[in-house]
Design a protein around this ligand. Structure first.
Ligand SMILES: Cc1ncc(COP(=O)(O)O)c(C=O)c1O
Length: 441
């Protein structure tokens, strides 16, 4: 193995050729768009639950020359020659992931969270089997994910999908309904985990239901992985047959996914050559997550959630389920008389990015919605703590309040209102934190 040096990993190979011009010297519109996006990201408070900030080391590995290498097959069993270096990175990624979650098996190949779910489904089901998952199959308002059986998704087109939902009063997952549906439909696959559920999932109960009805159990922990790794949320590993996740949401890795237990379905079932530069970046991210400070960060995410939730509820807003135990909050804006899409747009110029989200049994259309969904992982990666999250609550409340009862015309003035107000309520410390490079954990 080469001795590591401090030299940049992405040195151009030959001088003078077109292919050797760096991004700033050649394809300027792309360079400019990336520079603008960098400024945008550095100047906003990111509450989009599925986004995060990667470390410089992850970024470096993701942009490295490993993208030049083809490596079909798995470590030490490749269809391509000279894979010795990429074997090192893939072995490391697998080893670190197993160490993180106390598992014995991992596949770090999936290009995304959806593909991790597809690989699991391909490995376990045949077309026509029944999937029982949280609402997206039939009722997207319950907060499931596309890959769990949405009609437009492969999972919904090739499989028969039954969805469980939330109790209409408490908005908690109705576990009695899960039992009833599992007994009635005898699904081949039971899925736990979704995109908008802020409470603790009862993995033991899901396991029991799967065992009683002859189903296999997949837990999709995309929104939970970082918290699970940091012991800030219960682990599904002892209970699930397969656990899937994204790597970019809570683990601060490159965009991608992982799954536990599904080698041949991933390659050659769904993929040809793996993205070795991305796998290397995953190895780096998993290594960072193994660092003891990462656990502190996960618990910080959980603490920041509670503070923001408390501040919003003290001001009269309601959260789905009345609480939160993950990093997610789905906030009902109806007390403010504003829809989710309007609030999303209005908060953008204030510097807060989050997304509209349907409430359970939401009467509004999916592109309108009655709520917003926010997550705390990205802000916590930027160094925000309890004080910052307390301050963030103020513009989150003031902006929709300013729109209350507004006509379409006064709503159009939102942009003016928002830009007149930006950041005035934010402290110098918060502004400094916003301008800081993402910290390494
Ligand atoms: C629960 C869940 N699973 C899977 C995914 C999909 O990830 P990707 O966009 O990488 O396909 C998401 C995305 O947010 C998610 O919330």
């Amino acid at each position: 193995m080469a001795t590591p040096t401090a030299e940049p990993l992405n040195q151009p190979l030959a001088e003078g050729s077109v292919g050797n011009i760096g991004l700033s010297g050649g394809v300027r519109p792309v360079f400019a768009a990336i520079a603008d996006e960098r400024d945008r990201q550095r100047n906003c408070i990111k509450l989009i639950a599925s986004e995060n900030f990667v470390s410089p080391a992850v970024l470096e590995a993701r942009g490295s020359i490993l993208t030049n290498k083809y490596a079909e097959g798995y470590p030490q069993r490749r269809y391509y020659g000279v894979c010795v270096n990429v074997d090192v990175t893939e072995d490391l990624a697998i080893e670190r992931l197993n160490q993180l979650f106390g598992s014995t098996y991992a596949n770090v190949r999936p290009h995304s969270g959806s593909q991790a779910n597809q690989a699991a489904i391909l490995a376990l089901l045949t077309p026509g089997n029944t999937i029982l998952g949280v609402g997206f199959g039939l009722d997207l308002k319950a907060g499931g994910h596309l890959a769990h059986g949405a009609a437009v998704n492969l999972s919904g087109r090739w499989f028969s999908v039954v969805s469980y939902g939330m109790d209409p009063e408490s908005h908690l997952i109705d576990m009695d309904q899960v039992v009833e549906l599992a007994r009635t439909h005898r699904p081949k696959l039971l899925i736990a985990g979704g995109s908008a559920y802020p409470r603790t999932l009862d993995f033991a109960r899901f396991r029991q239901i799967a065992d009683d009805t002859g189903a296999v159990l997949i837990v999709d922990m995309a929104h939970l992985a970082g918290l699970v790794a940091g012991d800030a949320y219960p682990s599904p590993i002892p209970f699930a047959d397969v656990v899937t996740s994204t790597t970019h949401e809570k683990l601060r890795g490159p965009r991608g996914g992982f799954a536990k237990k599904i080698n041949s379905a991933t390659f050659a079932g769904l993929q040809g050559g793996p993205l070795m530069h991305v796998i290397a970046a995953k190895a780096v991210a998993f290594g960072e997550t193994l660092h003891p400070s990462s656990g502190t960060c996960s618990r910080g995410v959980a603490g920041n959630c509670r503070v923001l939730a408390q501040t919003l509820t003290d001001s009269g807003l309601a959260m789905t389920t009345g609480g939160m135990e993950s990093h997610l909050a789905v906030v009902d804006l109806r007390p403010l008389g504003v829809t989710g899409n309007i609030a999303e747009k209005a908060l953008e110029p204030v510097g807060i990015t989050l997304i509209k989200n349907a409430m359970p049994n939401d009467p509004e259309k999916p592109m309108v919605t009655s709520g917003i969904r926010g997550g705390r992982a990205a802000g916590t990666s930027s160094g925000f703590g309890v004080d910052e999250y307390r301050q963030i609550a103020a513009p989150m409340l003031d902006t929709p309040r300013a729109l209350r009862g507004g006509t379409a015309r006064s709503r159009a003035r939102t942009n003016w209102w928002a830009s007149a107000r930006p950041r005035r309520s934010l402290s110098a410390a918060l502004l400094t934190a916003m301008m800081r490079e993402p910290v390494r954990i």
